[in-house]
Design a protein around this ligand. Sequence first.
Ligand code: ATP
Ligand code: MG
Length: 425
Amino acid sequence: MEIRSIRGMNDILPEESIKWKRIRHVMERVFESYGFREILIPVVEETCLFQRGIGETTDIVEKEMYTFEDKSGQSLTLRPEATASIVRAYVQHHLYASGKIEKFYFWGPMFRYERPQKGRYRQFYQIDVEAFGSDDPSLDAEIIASLYDFLTRLQVPGVAIELNSLGCPNCRPGYQKVLKEYFSDKQAALCPDCRSRLVRNPLRILDCKVETCHELAMKAPNIQEFLCETCKTHFEAVQGYLTELKIPTRLNPMMVRGLDYYVQTTFEAVSENLGAQNAVAGGGRYDGLVKQLGGPDIPGIGYAMGMERLVMILKEMEKESPPWPCDLFIATLGGRARRFGITLAAKIRKIGKVCEFSYEPKSLKAQMKLANRLNAKFTAIIGEEELRREEIILRNMRTKEQVTLPANETLADKIIAVMEPRETR
Ligand code: ATP
Ligand code: MG
């Protein structure tokens, strides 16, 4: 019987992975220009890391985690996000001892047991950025700027940054109380999830995607009016820097984000190519999280971005992916020619060119057909006859011009010289 992949977990085939590669290339360029360095973290962690780090009343911890026991009976979880793990690594390796602001980027798969649909999967990939060591609003602005830079560099259309401040442990409880009062007499109209959120975490109702809840939330008291002086000043400074940087933002007092650890600045990146309820990236400040996970009281800020949603946006733009490059195809006829050809391929690759070898000894006609299918720019034809004369033929697949080259020690260099004439090099 045919075995298929798990529901909500996708194969990314080469046709599509070429887009992923471009995204990763831009990711490295942009993020390294901000001084972020790559960090890699395990796929599996102790379950309690996410329970403590993400929060017991979040959708992720309440219903979306892939949790299982290993052979020793320890409870493990496939990571549903990266922040908690990166904070754990930061604390575990005492990275705070460096005395500087530590800035990381990361990309890799995440796992959430959600209902699979367009743009929502059970294994999906995130790009993640985190910075530790300062609560200065200029860091918030730079983190948001890096996200905006990245998306515009990829030419994502109509990017906008939605901004909010969620206050701090001083002012948020006051807002939560007012919010609870507002929703209390509207309970009947709330979805079952929101009815329990009302008791445990009323802020989360603002984030609910159920239409009736959303409508009520639109008319709820505005968090901006409940911020304390510190939070207000901080938020104004962040907005000031972003104006200075000419980053288009809009205030969205409804945006609370799905995680418990956020304080003050929160943000999402949206694109006109995604549905209104789907953000391509989201993040915020989490000043208490390092301490909560056993480290010193060090502030942090970061965001996560979904690769699949990015690819979806980009797919709308560029329907055709460019063909995979192939500089040289090596066609051979006969046993000696094959041995000669395979070593020639090795030499060409060492020079840094993409070289394909004809693995199956077929007719020359069939091999030329294959060269075309591979989009080869040139083909080296190595025949028994020619080799006897110590020669090979190099064919330009576009112009159909052919040259004969000596099959000696300098052959690889000669091929490169024909492929890249001096004036264009
Ligand atoms: P949403 O509100 O869409 O459920 P979220 O608030 O759960 O998103 P985060 O946990 O902040 O999202 O993750 C950041 C980004 O990761 C999202 O903006 C999205 O691009 C991507 N993402 C989240 N969950 C999924 C999923 N199940 N499948 C694909 N991408 C996802
Ligand atoms: Mg979610």
